[in-house]
Ligand binder design. Sequence first.
Ligand SMILES: *Cc1c(COP(=O)(O)O)cnc(C)c1O
Length: 434
Amino acid sequence: MNYFSLNKQSPNVSFRDAAIQGQAPDKGLYFPGSIPQLEESFIRDLPKLSKEEIGFHVMKPYVGGTIPDDVLFNIVKETTDFPFPLVPVNSGNIYALELFHGPTLAFKDVGARFMSRCLGYFARENSRKVTVLVATSGDTGGAVADGFHNVPGVEVVILYPSGRVSPVQEKQLTTLGDNIRALEVEGNFDDCQRLVKQAFSDETLQQSLFLTSANSINVARWLPQQLYYFYALQQWQDIGQPPVISVPSGNFGNICAGMLAQASGLPVKHFIAACNANDVVPRFLQTGFYKPEHAVATISNAMDVGSPSNFVRVLELFNNNLDELKFSLSGYTVDDNTTRDTICDVYTQFQYLLDPHGAVGYKALELYLEQFPERKGIVLETAHPVKFPDSIEAILGEPVAIPEAVAGIMKKEKHSTVIPPDFEVLKEYLLKQI
Ligand SMILES: *Cc1c(COP(=O)(O)O)cnc(C)c1O
């Protein structure tokens, strides 16, 4: 399997090179040269297979021989070493696929763990240290910090928007130390993402450091997210009727991975891009005009993205044909007040506690099912509500019980370096510190 750049100005590369480079030299995102087609028997047998068997079978063609089978099997096994339960929420047509049972309590653990292990494997053959540079709107940073902590040959620098991540999120990315460094940027997520992009196109930095990205533009982080959708179908009882899947979306990596899984044969009825006030994609689906905006802050902060990097991959999957895309994808935007009401209503009616991201997805699915009452759906519950205790407490008037894994981290001391959203400052830091 080779990967080509969506900007079409760079040579094709292997999985190994795409994972190490992150982004193509022409600044395009890498995209698989062909989409593997899965056998019907594999889909039928999903309920009988283990998570690692499914994961290995799905990932193997994408890795294309750059990692030996036994190593890849172990990477998949370690990556998916926690439950992904599908649980009923309301009385009949909405289920939640809980993706928050990993070490940092949000869905990004799978991508970050898979990528860190692949890079760790590739780094063994490299004489040069790899520096992973990553911008986070909240959950990526913690997952990347946890996934890469003490991986030999890899240094990690995380940029996060000061004051715009929750206390748990901040502790997760600022307390590990060792090869993990946190830069607290006086700006928003788009500033962080812009600084990272500038670093990748800076010649001096490219010459002095071996830089790569751990955002979902990196294929090693993006592709394993397909597994959630296989695990969802593995547990889906209604064989005759594939589910509608609602994905709380920001940078559009997760939903794009789901649509890729569908393109390789996974039965999914329809996808819903559930967005907060940052609704460039729902507006595009409605009007046909794609107009990136500055991100605005919301209570579902991991989705505060004004210019979603991965949407070009969604378009590629549909050959840039808007009508075909609309047949498979609907977009909804859910504002903060509706998100709060949804958390409250679902908790009161069904005793199920959604986090703000899951609540955006739930509401979008509910609106969709009002139009198609005969269908059934799954919302991806992308984070544990405890990651957003202030919002939840304000909404419900009672505190969220803190799981042990998080209680420990809250007592640790934060270490971050504050920088203005100025590329020269970042550049100087990288040249001096790494
Ligand atoms: C990152 C994140 C999202 C958005 O995922 P994308 O792949 O960026 O669309 C949604 N919910 C949570 C909790 C997240 O951390």
